[in-house]
Design a protein around this ligand. Structure first.
Ligand code: UD1
Length: 457
């Protein structure tokens, strides 16, 4: 029913964020590797917003680009002077004038807002309210606008600075999210004045103006965590912690084993199938998918990687963007894999760098192998065939191809292609001199004794 109504979401993102002490706009600071404002835009889209307008301050190009990553058609409007939340909403007056059934105003610095809550606010409009305000009960209401209710109706929002002592005692506060009907909104928004303690145009005054027209205004309650705003680094960390805690719970409910949930950090888009096990201290950057049966051992950093069914990673492994592990492939301790595909059952077990490479099924890459993919200017590819064996401590100088079932002797520096089934050894031959070793040991011991007599060997 609600879905049939058209909807415009206006995201206010003109905040200065001076308390972040950052050259980056406040709303671009990431939570779970996604700029806060994109979390908000995605929540709006998830509730069926037909149109998104973002209100930015000066130099808002980066904010606009971020929102357009999710909502390519987003309208970006500039609020050149920061004169209050109603003034900010009116910066989008041309978009409002296009005519929408519902308008939902959101703050760009409140990234945990849930689509369900926005849906409830819209449902309230569909049920007859002209305005619906999202409220919450913070542990400390100081600084928030208080919601003044009577007989189930919201009669006013009083900002802290304008509130009487009795009003300040109210613990039900304005979260900043407001939904209102679009048809008549412009007229009422334009009627908002700035005769208040801050001299700002308060969006919250829409409540009394709408009530004055004899229309219904409602408040719904959200949980405090989801409407937490971020204006300093401590709050950013707190919101990140809330997001991570919720994501860990979701993962476990979806059948993922987290041996020490609090030490696993997800990105906004980490995609993990059931029956994956994740050991302690694992950090995911964006763009990771993990198929069922995979195991991520302790202390791994994984981003932009796809791990196939039954793959294993770590402990202490780093998968960088473009790492792809097919079924049962294995990347062991102290290995780094970047832009490389490991075929089914391939093994890269110890102390190895694999970059810009394709490794065939069941190939075995010995300890300490390095693909020398970079010549100081360009990157080159290494291809290793199915069933190939690369002896430990080999350097594969790309571009180079090692064929199927080819064998590279330990310690080789491979600069030429190795045909299928061939053995390549590219190192000095061993020289062995009988007794010479013992002589050296004895000579060195004598030299040491002569230098500091009395010292034990
Ligand atoms: C606002 C609400 C208050 C509520 C609180 C919740 C009003 C008048 N007050 O107060 O009732 O409890 O949020 O956090 O709405 N912004 C602009 N342009 C402006 C002014 C603000 O884009 O000219 C944006 C800010 O970037 C921010 C949001 O609007 O994202 C809130 O603005 P702010 O002035 O911080 O409002 P509060 O004082 O927090």
């Amino acid at each position: 029913m609600t879905m049939a109504r058209t909807c415009l979401s206006i995201i206010l993102a003109a905040g200065e964020g001076t308390r972040m002490k950052s050259r980056t706009s406040k709303v671009l600071h990431p939570v779970a590797h996604l700029p806060m404002v994109r979390h908000v835009a995605r929540a709006a889209l998830a509730t069926g917003a037909d149109r998104i307008a973002v209100v930015v301050g000066r130099n808002g190009e980066a904010v606009a680009a971020a929102v357009r990553a999710d909502a390519p058609g987003a309208e970006v409007v500039e609020q050149t002077e920061r004169l209050g939340t109603a003034h900010a909403v009116l910066a989008a007056r041309d978009v409002i004038a296009e005519g929408f059934d519902d308008i939902v105003v959101l703050f760009g610095d409140t990234p945990l807002i849930r689509p369900e809550t926005l849906q409830r606010a819209r449902a309230s409009l569909a049920a007859g309210a002209e305005v619906c305000v999202v409220g919450f009960r913070p542990a400390d209401p100081t600084g928030y606008g208080r919601l003044i209710e009577r007989d189930g109706e919201l009669v006013a929002i009083r900002e802290e600075k304008d509130a009487s002592p009795a009003e300040r005692a109210i613990d039900f506060c304005n979260a900043g999210v407001m939904a209102f009907r679009g048809e008549t909104a412009l007229q009422r928004l334009q009627a908002i004045g700035n005769a208040n303690a801050k001299g700002e145009y308060y969006l919250t005054d829409l409540v009394e103006i709408t009530r004055g027209d004899g229309l219904s205004v409602r408040a719904i309650e959200a949980e405090a965590f989801e409407v937490a705003g971020v204006d300093n680094r401590q709050k950013l960390a707190a919101v990140e912690a809330t997001w991570q805690a919720a994501r860990r719970l979701d993962a476990m409910q979806d059948g993922v084993t987290l041996q020490d949930p609090g030490s696993v950090h997800f990105a906004y888009d980490t995609d993990i199938a059931p029956d994956v096990t994740i050991e302690p201290n694992v950090v995911f950057g964006p763009g990771v998918t993990i198929a069922s049966g995979a195991v991520i051992h302790a202390f791994c950093h994984i981003e932009g990687a796809a791990i196939g069914p039954g793959g294993t990673v770590g402990p202490f492994a780093r998968l960088r963007p473009g790492a792809r592990l097919d079924d049962g492939a294995k990347v062991g301790n102290f290995c780094e894999v970047k832009n490389a595909e490991l075929g089914p059952g391939a093994k890269v077990n110890h102390l190895t760098y694999i970059g810009d490479a394709r490794i065939g099924a069941k190939a075995n890459i010995g300890a300490g192998t390095i693909t020398c993919n970079y010549d100081g200017a360009l990157k080159h590819e290494t291809i290793i065939g199915a069933g190939a064996f690369i002896g430990s401590n080999s350097a594969l100088v790309a571009p180079v191809r090692v064929g199927d079932e080819a064998y590279v002797g330990t310690g080789s520096v491979v600069t030429d292609d190795v045909p299928d089934g061939a053995l390549a050894i590219a190192r000095e031959r061993q020289v062995t001199k009988p007794d010479r070793g013992r002589q050296i040991i004895q000579r060195n011991a004598a030299a040491k004794a002569a230098k500091s007599p009395g010292d034990a060997a």
